[in-house]
Design a protein around this ligand. Structure first.
Ligand SMILES: *[C@@H]1O[C@H](CO)[C@@H](O)[C@H](O)[C@H]1NC(C)=O
Ligand SMILES: *[C@@H]1O[C@H](CO)[C@@H](O)[C@H](O)[C@H]1NC(C)=O
Ligand SMILES: *[C@@H]1O[C@H](CO)[C@@H](O)[C@H](O)[C@H]1NC(C)=O
Ligand SMILES: *[C@@H]1O[C@H](CO)[C@@H](O)[C@H](O)[C@H]1NC(C)=O
Ligand SMILES: *[C@@H]1O[C@H](CO)[C@@H](O)[C@H](O)[C@H]1NC(C)=O
Ligand SMILES: *[C@@H]1O[C@H](CO)[C@@H](O)[C@H](O)[C@H]1NC(C)=O
Ligand SMILES: *[C@@H]1O[C@H](CO)[C@@H](O)[C@H](O)[C@H]1NC(C)=O
Ligand SMILES: *[C@@H]1O[C@H](CO)[C@@H](O)[C@H](O)[C@H]1NC(C)=O
Ligand SMILES: *[C@@H]1O[C@H](CO)[C@@H](O)[C@H](O)[C@H]1NC(C)=O
Ligand SMILES: *[C@@H]1O[C@H](CO)[C@@H](O)[C@H](O)[C@H]1NC(C)=O
Ligand SMILES: *[C@@H]1O[C@H](CO)[C@@H](O)[C@H](O)[C@H]1NC(C)=O
Length: 565
């Protein structure tokens, strides 16, 4: 699809017309594609200031809640800052200017000592002519360099540099956090540096190469964990994944432990195969109730992804929760057990003992969490067999219950595997990019509710409007649900345009993501679906220096249709 990126010699307009007519011929193909890429229509002027209460409002506006604008966004707990539910970042020791100065002092002292004992003259910089990568001064030069260049990054730990491919090169690896991410997850980078020396006998960096260029330092991450993780029957070699992800299913241990626990078990309800916003809204209601009752929540990790996110345009069952969400984090902050494990242990217990496990069945959401507080049964089983919409999980948290049960938004983060892709895209642009979010799709076609959206997001309008907001020649990441790759070609004369599909190799069958999700899926490849696309697009957009929103900056139409703003 990238053929027209070299179109600067051809008249772009003609090229576009040609391509648009191609589009007409393959309407069928694209109408399928339309569903693979879905709208991302989170619209806060500054998304980082969007609060959980605001989202709550957004959800509750839909009242007894058929979720009107379903596929609109993918915000999770890590995206909210100024709310009581936002995760607090624990103090981490980042590599700051002071830390570097301390290290330098230490080196100077030890050098003095050496000088005092050996009385050597160091009048010239001979010893720096051959770069010794394990010399602490090499690392210090790199730390200073990074600190100056990457203002949006917090540097956490550096590994000792190793040799690069040439004598004056070293490869350096480190872990970092993006200041714009509210979780405290760490990401990896390793880069290659070429050194020279300054007159005053210090190393100086002549050239720093790009994201993940220091391949010799990469293995330093690998050697840390050696365990073949206990993912069932996976046929993928160990040691090829992000060793910081540990989302194995938590185990109850012995059946004695099972009996000692207290559980809240929701049977499958009407939420199944609905949109992902409803999924989160419902799941967090159940988890919130379990927390309120001090019980372990029995969790079905098998998710049904609604048709709008699937290239097949069908609901797809059997998606793993861990494709989308950070299960490791969830395990840490909430008491949960996998449904399969739970049912196995329950059966085992019942078979081995005469006395059955005490169980309380609750058949209606009208039985409130407060009424269940005193219940001592080992298992509280909520059944959701009533006709829609009485069978939605989140009904449990409506009315009075809302005062007692809080949705634990802080427990829900995006999958680290997806975030690794986000990091990679940002890293490849050295985090120096601006972004525009272009909403098209169904909304652009609906002239009744959004009369100007289509024309305001046309290629010509985009060129004109962005000129006032983004400097020419900048990296411009376009987050969009427009399926036609070449739609944004007109912007290429002004900007270095980046689209999600430019980074296809990050989820291709040679990627780390592919290896890791295949491992989760018992050796079967996993499709990079529309929801994952929205997740990645959303997060890359958030990391941009200048962000341009469709409904605040490009058009005067309202996000939710005419006369809603
Ligand atoms: C919500 O449900 C109540 C009763 O269950 C009903 O009276 C009301 O009309 C419903 N509201 C909407 C917007 O459907
Ligand atoms: C090195 O010697 C100088 C004087 O010759 C002295 O002032 C300094 O304290 C000594 N440094 C160390 C680390 O011993
Ligand atoms: C490189 O520096 C390290 C640490 O200062 C030192 O132990 C090592 O001997 C040096 N190697 C060479 C070849 O100079
Ligand atoms: C790194 O390079 C230096 C000189 O270029 C060499 O002396 C040293 O042995 C190399 N170290 C390793 C571990 O290869
Ligand atoms: C060494 O010189 C460079 C410029 O050549 C300067 O930036 C640096 O601060 C100097 N370092 C010291 C320790 O004087
Ligand atoms: C890796 O695993 C092997 C065998 O399971 C063990 O012998 C070895 O000590 C482990 N290495 C590390 C670094 O944990
Ligand atoms: C992964 O986490 C589980 C607890 O959920 C723990 O028992 C296990 O040892 C961890 N595995 C590794 C390799 O850290
Ligand atoms: C849950 O535990 C907390 C603290 O241990 C206690 O204050 C609260 O009353 C308990 N709630 C229930 C429903 O038992
Ligand atoms: C990856 O996909 C390409 C084309 O889609 C195919 O030719 C290749 O064999 C695949 N490689 C693996 C390792 O599955
Ligand atoms: C993915 O797994 C294959 C086979 O196990 C391995 O050869 C490849 O290097 C891995 N790719 C990445 C990016 O880890
Ligand atoms: C987009 O619109 C918002 C709200 O009007 C404004 O605060 C922001 O500065 C605009 N962004 C740009 C890049 O102009």
């Amino acid at each position: 699809m990238k053929e027209s990126s070299n179109a600067s010699t051809e008249p772009i307009g003609q090229n576009l017309i040609k391509l648009i007519s191609n589009l007409c011929f393959s309407v069928f193909v694209f109408s399928v594609l339309v569903f693979t890429v879905v709208a991302i229509t989170y619209q806060p002027p500054d998304p980082w200031l969007e609060s959980a209460p605001a989202l709550t409002r957004l959800f509750t506006q839909t009242e007894n809640a058929t979720f009107k604008d379903d596929k609109s966004m993918f915000n999770t707990g890590e995206d909210w800052q100024s709310s009581p539910f936002a995760p607090s970042v624990p103090p981490v020791s980042s590599i700051t200017e002071e830390v570097i100065e301390k290290a330098e002092e230490k080196i100077e002292k030890s050098e003095e000592k050496i000088e005092n004992s050996t009385v050597t003259e160091r009048s010239d910089c001979d010893e720096l002519r051959v770069v010794n990568c394990s010399d602490p001064r090499v690392l210090i030069a790199v730390e200073r360099f990074n600190l100056k260049l990457f203002k949006s990054i917090v540097f956490l730990e550096y590994q000792t540099p190793v040799n690069g491919s040439k004598p004056n090169e070293c490869d350096v690896a480190w872990r970092f956090r993006n200041k714009k991410e509210k979780s405290w997850r760490k990401y990896r980078d390793f880069r290659r540096f070429r050194f020279g020396y300054a007159e005053n006998c210090t190393y100086k960096i002549v050239r720093g190469s790009g994201w993940h260029s220091g391949v010799n330092a990469k293995r330093l991450f690998r050697s840390r964990v050696n365990a073949t993780r206990t993912v069932a029957n996976a046929k993928v070699a160990p040691g090829i994944h992000d060793d910081e992800i540990n989302d194995t299913l938590p185990s109850l241990g012995s059946e004695m432990n099972f009996r000692k626990g207290k559980y809240l078990y929701y049977s499958r309800g009407g939420d199944y195969c609905k949109g992902m916003n409803q999924y989160m809204w419902s799941f967090l209601c159940g988890l919130g109730e379990a927390m309120y009752l001090n019980r372990t929540f029995v969790m079905d990790l098998s998710v049904c992804l609604a048709s709008t996110y699937n290239p097949s345009n069908k609901d797809e069952e059997g998606k793993d929760f861990r494709y989308y969400f950070d299960f490791e984090h969830l395990k840490e902050v909430a008491s949960i057990v996998d449904e399969g494990e739970f049912l196995r242990d329950w059966k085992k217990w019942d078979r081995a003992h005469k006395r059955k496990v005490p169980i309380k069945k609750v058949v209606t959401h009208k039985m409130t969490p407060m009424q269940l507080r005193k219940d001592k049964s080992t298992i509280i089983l909520r059944q959701f067999d009533a006709p829609e919409p009485e069978n939605y999980w989140y009904r449990v948290c409506e009315g009075q219950a809302a005062k007692y049960v809080q949705r634990p938004w802080h427990a829900l983060w995006k999958s680290k595997r997806l975030m690794n892709i986000v990091s990679e895209i940002g890293g490849q642009m050295d985090w120096d990019f601006d972004s525009v979010h272009v909403v098209r799709g169904e909304k652009a076609q609906n002239k009744e509710l959004w009369p100007h959206l289509d024309s305001d997001t046309s290629p010509d309008a985009l060129v004109t409007k962005l000129q006032g907001m983004i400097q020419p020649r900048r990296n411009l990441y376009v987050a969009t649900n427009e399926p036609f790759y070449n739609y944004f070609d007109k912007l290429r004369s002004q900007y270095k345009v980046h689209l999600l599909d430019d980074y296809k190799e990050l989820w291709s069958n040679t990627s780390e993501w592919y290896n890791e999700t295949t491992l989760l899926n018992n050796g079967r490849p996993v499709e990079f679906d529309g929801y994952m696309r929205v997740a990645v697009d959303t997060e890359v957009f958030y990391r941009a220096k200048t962000r341009v929103e469709t409904f605040y900056n490009l058009t005067t139409d309202c996000k939710d249709g005419i006369n809603t703003c």
